[in-house]
Unconditional design. Structure first.
Length: 202
């Protein structure tokens, strides 16, 4: 995990929507104020398979077309199901063998082995780790996600044994989608909050 902090993503999301240059359709699971039927287009892009994480909110650039939008939504669901479960089959389905991490933390391998390495090490500290896909933005060939990681520090981290402390922190990802899979990413995590919760600051 990288040592960065960040604010909430409202400005980032709005900026990405503007940069996309297309008409945007948005859906929130618990927003009953929207006109009837306004949820239909983005909601039908979601793969509702029971094994995949479901986005809490989704914003989609209509200009890329329904087929491409559905592909990118599914790639996001597969990627964050990997982070939610630690099962590599979901990562393999989501990222290209040529995948590149543009914000690679020190000590993490480059390429698809990097997320596997990170997930394994973090789950050694937080075995019940979950990843909530709180917000998903599909804009052109980019996927932007706001994530919430939760669990309990019952394992070990940097030689420190956990005492069951609750872990609850945010992260932001931007994924670049190639022809059929994710080819590169940029990510930032709220490590200040995480390290405080783990009790290993300072």
């Amino acid at each position: 995990m990288r040592s960065h902090t960040f604010t909430r993503t409202a400005v980032l999301g709005a900026a990405l929507v503007c940069l996309a240059g297309g008409t945007v359709a948005a859906a929130r699971a618990h927003d009953s104020s929207r006109p009837q039927g306004s949820h239909a287009w983005p909601q039908r892009l979601i793969d509702h398979s029971a094994d995949l994480v479901q986005p809490g909110a989704i914003t989609v650039d209509r200009s890329i077309g329904e087929k491409r939008a559905a592909q990118e939504v599914r790639l996001a669901q597969q990627l964050y199901t990997f982070w939610n479960t630690g099962q590599q089959k979901y990562l393999d389905a989501a990222v290209s063998p040529q995948f590149k991490d543009n914000t690679l933390p020190a000590g993490r391998p480059q390429g698809p082995t990097g997320p596997v390495f990170a997930s394994k090490n973090f789950r050694a500290a937080v075995p019940d780790l979950t990843c909530e896909l709180s917000d998903l933005l599909i804009t052109g060939d980019k996927i932007t996600a706001r994530l919430v990681f939760r669990g309990h520090f019952t394992g070990t981290f940097n030689g420190v044994q956990g005492k069951g402390q609750r872990v609850d922190f945010n992260a932001i990802d931007i994924q670049h989608v190639g022809t059929d899979r994710i080819v590169e990413d940029w990510h930032i995590e709220d490590n200040a909050t995480l390290l405080t919760q783990l009790g290993v600051n300072g």
